[in-house]
Design a protein around this ligand. Structure first.
Ligand code: ZN
Ligand code: ZN
Ligand code: ZN
Ligand code: ZN
Length: 482
């Protein structure tokens, strides 16, 4: 712990404790938007795995993969990634190779993450892999596990998984209870590693980053460059204040956010947004984000449930929507999304999925407030499907429909808002509307240079696209002038 404090001191940080919240990370100098507060390599990490997708264990790439001939479980894109991973994988490969075929199939990413955790601890204790102040097992030991808050069912699952880890490792002295507790630590502390466009690639444990607490109105953002976790300030963080990131999707009513935090992270948020729960403007906000639209199509009022329970009344014009009618549409939406949409999406049938999502969108437009999150999410799915199908013009139309909702639900500097401007700009440019593309790409750069920095391949590509679009726009302008 002292080592950690002195390592953090050099980075202008300190670990402290707050009542009810436990450990927290404080800034010991002012930080400004776009500045890197802290970065960390994972203690251990694993790529995602699904029936349709395999990734390199070293860099998470999906192409040119070869299976490790030893264990037949792990994949690499080439000898560079295989070599860099070898000290740890040599041990993992050995234990995985001893498993029979059926057992090997049950080695999920979470199981592998745990096996790697123990192997890395062993290698560090034997000094085969060096330890540092921010890279050692004691930091994992210090993470919260919330064991007393976990339900029986979850405990049984963790015990089963722990048992499998014990079978794989074959270490007689290993403690099943400790492994189960570590699974619980993973659940509340591990991070989903994403690419620059926030698509999930894998899972990693970053024990120092895990000290950073949550806020639904955070002053910092966590992004990944390859496997490195980078925390950047998105607001001015005055000396002495706590560094805060968001653990969840912050677009949602206070009730929805609180439920997500309780379910996965087992705590009740008391951030400035959450303390407003139940106050009039909070009730209004949830009625807009998750409630119904007014019967009068031209009215943008929000609806609240009538005291007699028979319907929802518009707070702007007083019109009442009948409970039965609302229930009917909601049931239709639910049936479509659960049965059909997910089926077509999982089989990769874009055209069919498009048809279903358009039906859902039509119903939701009738049902939900124009700023509804679920309507925005449906349109987001339609946008992705249309891009997949290369229907660019329609994709752009949907992208533009989602933007006002993004602007409403996210702060001005938020990676998802920046990325949405980026998509918009790319589509506009592709469709020949260079002037608009320059505007959208500029907005994207304004946000993403703060959240993502300017050094990654992704950002360099975006900055170059903006330069090219600008050059083309001014060329078009000058040829018009002549
Ligand atoms: Zn690789
Ligand atoms: Zn292997
Ligand atoms: Zn909150
Ligand atoms: Zn109304």
């Amino acid at each position: 712990m002292e080592d950690l404090q002195s390592a953090l001191k050099d980075r202008n940080m300190t670990v402290s404790t707050i009542a009810d919240k436990g450990r927290c990370l404080l800034a010991t100098r002012d930080f400004y938007p776009g500045e890197v507060i802290i970065s960390q390599e994972p203690y251990v990490c694993v790529p995602n795995k699904s029936s349709v997708e395999t990734r390199c264990d070293g860099c998470f790439a999906t192409s040119n993969l070869k299976k490790c001939s030893g264990c037949q479980v792990v994949w690499y894109c080439g000898s560079k990634c295989q070599k860099s991973d070898w000290k740890l994988h040599r041990l993992e490969c050995e234990v995985l190779s001893k498993l029979d075929k059926d057992k090997r199939k049950s080695v999920t990413p979470s199981i592998r993450l745990m096996v790697k955790l123990y192997l890395r601890r062993k290698l560090q204790s034997e000094k085969i892999i060096p330890s540092t102040a921010i890279d050692n097992y004691n930091l994992v030991g210090a993470l919260v596990a919330h064991m007393s808050d976990i339900n029986e069912e979850q405990l049984v699952l963790y015990a089963q998984m722990a048992n499998l880890v014990k079978i794989i490792l074959q270490w007689p002295e290993i403690d099943i209870k400790e492994i189960a507790e570590n699974f619980s630590k993973f659940a509340c502390n591990a991070h989903t590693i994403c690419d620059s466009e926030l698509r999930p690639l894998g899972t990693g444990l970053y024990p120092v980053i895990s000290i950073i607490n949550h806020s639904c109105l955070p002053n910092s953002v966590l992004v990944f460059e390859g496997k490195s976790a980078i925390v950047r300030a998105v607001q001015h963080i005055p000396k002495g204040s706590e560094v805060l990131i968001s653990y969840i999707e912050t677009a949602g009513s206070t009730m929805t956010r609180q439920k997500a935090l309780k379910d996965q992270y087992l705590f009740t948020c008391t951030c400035p947004r959450c303390v407003k729960l139940g106050q009039y403007d909070d009730v209004q906000e949830s009625a807009i984000l998750e409630g119904y639209r007014c019967k009068n199509e031209k009215c943008c009022g929000f609806l609240l449930r009538k005291t007699d329970g028979k319907g929802f009344q518009c707070q702007e014009c007083g019109l009442v929507r009948d409970m039965e009618e609302i229930k009917k549409i909601a049931t239709e939406v639910k049936a479509l999304s659960e049965d059909k949409a997910s089926k077509f999406c999982s089989t990769g049938n874009c055209q069919e999925a498009l048809t279903i999502y358009k039906m859902i969108e039509k119903l939701q437009t009738e049902l939900c407030h124009p700023f509804s999150i679920s309507l925005m999410q449906t349109r987001e799915k339609l946008l992705k499907l249309l891009m997949e199908l290369e229907h660019w013009r329609e994709a752009l139309a949907y992208c533009k429909l989602t933007l006002p909702v993004y602007q409403r639900v996210y702060p001005a500097v938020h990676p998802l808002l920046g990325l949405q401007y980026y998509t918009c700009g790319k589509l506009e440019w592709y469709l020949g509307d260079t002037q608009s593309a320059v505007k959208s790409l500029t907005k994207a750069v304004d946000v993403l240079r703060i959240t993502h920095g300017t050094n990654t391949a992704f950002m360099k590509d975006l900055l170059m696209k903006l330069e090219e679009a600008r050059a083309e726009a001014s060329y078009q302008q000058s040829s018009k002038d002549e």
